[in-house]
Design a protein. Structure first.
Length: 138
């Protein structure tokens, strides 16, 4: 599968950024070699993700929808989306099968191929129990 490597650093929150773009790229390149990913393009953006409208992100999603790659590799999930529009675009691409994988060296790989889509799940499938009730039982 082909991947886009995406690195982003917010321009409005320099004091709280854990890794610079150069450090993200170095870690992502190392992870790419370990996992033997096929990278189509390295994309870098220096803009906040709090508001929709990031040009590099939008171009990447357009390319995914056009079939140029099926996966995104980013340092952390919050590098991709921090607003509902961009997050929704990622979810929709997953739901339609245009985006097949999200991978992050800071998290274990999301097993998207093992998760049934909304279309294939019967309406009677029980939903997972999260939160305090899962700790004490129903």
């Amino acid at each position: 599968m082909k991947y886009f490597l995406y690195a982003r650093k917010s321009t409005d929150d320099n004091g709280h950024q854990l890794l610079s773009i150069d450090a993200q790229l170095a870690e992502l390149r190392k992870y790419t070699k370990q996992q033997r990913f096929r990278i189509v393009s390295e994309l870098v953006e220096s803009q906040t993700a709090r508001k929709p409208g990031r040009p590099v992100f939008n171009a990447m999603m357009d390319d995914i929808e056009a079939g140029k790659a099926g996966g995104i590799l980013a340092w952390h999930p919050d590098r991709l989306a921090r607003n509902s529009v961009d997050g929704g675009r990622i979810i929709y691409a997953l739901d339609t099968g245009k985006l097949e994988a999200l991978d992050f060296p800071t998290r274990r790989r999301l097993p998207l191929c093992d998760v049934p889509s909304k279309r294939s799940r019967p309406a009677t499938t029980p939903q997972p129990n999260y939160g305090a009730r899962s700790l004490i039982g129903d």
